[in-house]
Design a protein around this ligand. Structure first.
Ligand SMILES: Nc1ncnc2c1ncn2[C@@H]1O[C@H](COP(=O)(O)OP(=O)(O)OP(=O)(O)O)[C@@H](O)[C@H]1O
Length: 598
């Protein structure tokens, strides 16, 4: 039956066959178990005993029945109690070993799997942004969830099953040979017919199951998309359109599932016929041997039970193989991530406090995903410590790219970026980034409380410091209006706060961080004027005493900065104060005129 279960459980994905490499990968992932070998090895020993002890069971059942027949025929006077007690002793010993096998495996496994998840997560945290540019977050998410779970199953159930079934097979066949060689060879001769027909049909059914899974997956995409954008669906009054779309997909699912079910029905009845047929043939052959006196009733009973054990273990091998396949695939994908190079963690100047002088010297840069397109084409910037500058320019001119390179998300291919006269590559990454603060364009908060979100700027901050930061960010008033105050939950990604409120929480966070260099990516969508004023006041507060780089979308907010750099297609086309640039017949003037027209 395990074979049938396997078919229905089969997921849509197809894993490659397990080769030498696959086993090597699986062996490699075993390193996570090694620290817990003092649980794992005794677990293996218990598994060995629980499996082998059980193999004595059919033998004594045969003895019991054989003895009963002899008593009936007055050939023996022994009490059956003795054998029954042995059978109970076998069962008892088997249960104790099984319990410890499960317990010890779980002790090793749960810890090893938690270590594996932590190692992967640590990797995620320290992998460079370039890694994320090439991958979808949903895909990475499934590495730490589904793939780790497949490996967990392999380490706990699958491995145990593999050992148990193999032992059952080997010990079982050995017992059978002892009972009667002729019958054993006859059984081994009929087995391939059952196995071959199961494998042949099984493959066909699996293909159909995959089709069903794919169709179901497509249906799920519709639900996922519409739930994510439910406000858009409602705003366009397209509920019925979506419903029709979904029902159409459901019809497809029903059609293909029914087709698969028909074939599965044929398959199951066929297999049962072949299975039962082979049992009938076997019993016929065995009865002949009994009639000829070659085998006793006790031998026949033991034989039948061993045959069931062996049949079960062969049936189980299919499921074991497909689980191993899944685990090998998962291992490959996990190893691929674990082998990626992280951002440097320990190199460079540590604990140096920055002054905040920033200079770009002929910086050229292309994103690794598009190496042919140079986004920065020789940028020069000179920003003294404490100065406030703005970057302006058309969409796509390279403003955000300058910030990304300043944050060392990417290394530049040419030129140098220096802070306080030292190339940024010389600093320890943690020391360096912890002195840069950022208020992003689209503030995304973490789903906890307002307090946790502000404290993200400095996890060691005291309650007083958090309140002070909220006050300076003009956020304390609105926070205190919530009944829960700082303990108010912000909802997933901060959706329960307004845009302006979210920005002020982000400003409070930056104030608490107290960075030497501050990056303000101005929100493109404008807030209402009252809210805008509060955010602007909070930003003024935040900018005091720090080098500030503002990515400006609305030119009205940057009139007072020390210098404006106008970017055009990856180059600085003009720079100067607002009044200098406004008088110049250049791009800034053009941008200004565009905004006035609005
Ligand atoms: N991760 C990335 N990988 C590849 N190309 C990118 C990436 N990010 C941005 N680009 C490209 O680099 C160019 C500059 O983009 P950038 O985001 O720096 O412009 P921007 O001036 O900040 O624009 P906006 O005002 O619209 O935000 C664009 O052509 C963009 O398509």
């Amino acid at each position: 039956m395990a074979f049938f279960r396997n078919l229905s459980k089969k997921k849509g994905e197809k894993e490659p066959a397990i080769g030498k490499e696959g086993f090597r990968a699986l062996w490699g992932i075993f390193r996570f178990i090694l620290p817990y070998k003092h649980y794992f090895i005794p677990g293996l020993i218990c598994l060995f005993f629980s499996s082998t002890i059980l193999m004595a069971f059919p033998y004594f059942i045969g003895e019991l029945i054989g003895e009963a027949v002899k008593i009936q025929q007055n050939e023996s006077e022994t009490s059956l109690w003795g054998i029954a007690i042995i059978l109970f002793a076998i069962l008892g010993a088997q249960s104790i070993f099984s319990f410890f096998r499960v317990y010890l495996f779980a002790q090793a496994n749960e810890r090893a799997i938690a270590d594996m998840r932590a190692t992967l997560y640590e990797k995620f945290m320290f992998l460079p942004i370039t890694f994320y540019d090439k991958r979808r977050s949903g895909e990475l998410f499934s590495r730490i969830t589904a793939d780790v779970s497949s490996i967990q199953e392999a380490f706990s159930t699958t491995l145990a099953e593999l050992i148990r079934q193999t032992l059952t097979l080997v010990v079982g066949i050995a017992f059978l040979l002892v009972i009667n060689m002729k019958l054993t060879f006859f059984m081994i001769g009929t087995l391939p017919i059952v196995i071959l027909s199961a494998v042949f049909f099984g493959k066909f059914i699996r293909k159909l199951s995959k089709e069903t899974q794919d169709t179901v997956a497509k249906t799920n995409v519709v639900v996922e998309e519409t739930l994510q954008a439910i406000s858009t669906v409602k705003a366009f009054a397209n509920e019925f359109l979506e419903l029709t779309r979904y029902k159409k997909r459901l019809d497809d699912v029903v059609a293909i599932s029914l087709r698969t079910a028909t074939y599965r029905g044929v398959f199951i009845s066929f297999i049962i016929f072949v299975l039962m047929g082979s049992i009938v043939v076997m019993l016929w052959f065995a009865s002949n041997l009994v009639a000829q006196g070659e085998i006793g009733v006790d031998g026949l009973v033991s034989f039948a039970i061993y045959a069931v054990f062996i049949g079960g273990s062969i049936g189980g091998l299919g499921e074991i193989y497909s689980n191993l396949q899944k685990a090998v695939g998962a291992t490959d994908r996990i190893e691929e991530i674990l082998n990626q190079t992280e951002e440097p963690r320990k190199e460079g100047i540590k604990n140096e406090s920055l002054q905040g002088e920033v200079s770009y010297e002929n910086v050229k840069f292309a994103y690794p995903t598009r190496p042919d397109i140079e986004v920065l084409k020789g940028i020069d910037l000179n920003i003294k410590a404490g100065e406030k500058v703005a970057l302006v320019g058309h969409s796509g001119a390279g403003k955000s790219t300058i910030i990304q390179t300043l944050l060392r998300f990417y290394d530049v291919s040419n030129g140098d970026i220096k802070i306080d006269g030292k190339s940024i590559g010389q600093f320890d990454l943690h020391t360096y980034r912890s002195q840069i603060g950022m208020v992003p364009q689209e503030v995304i908060l973490f789903g906890g409380t307002i307090r946790e979100n502000i404290a993200y700027g400095n996890p060691n901050a005291t309650e007083e410091e958090i309140r002070m930061a909220a006050k300076k960010a003009n956020a304390l008033d609105f926070i205190e209006k919530f009944p829960e105050g700082l303990n108010t939950l912000v909802g997933e990604r901060g959706v329960q706060l307004s845009g302006g409120q979210r920005q002020r929480v982000a400003i409070a966070r930056a104030i608490l961080r107290d960075p030497k260099i501050l990056i303000l990516d101005e929100a493109t969508s404008s807030l209402d004027s009252a809210s805008e004023k509060m955010v602007q006041d909070a930003l003024e507060h935040l900018m005091q005493g720090r080098t500030t780089i503002i990515i400006a979308h609305r030119l009205s907010t940057i009139r007072k900065v020390d210098r404006i750099y106008v970017l055009d297609e990856g180059q600085v086309s003009e720079s100067g104060t607002h009044s200098q640039l406004a008088e110049q017949d250049g791009m800034y003037q053009h941008l200004l005129s565009l905004q006035v027209e609005k």
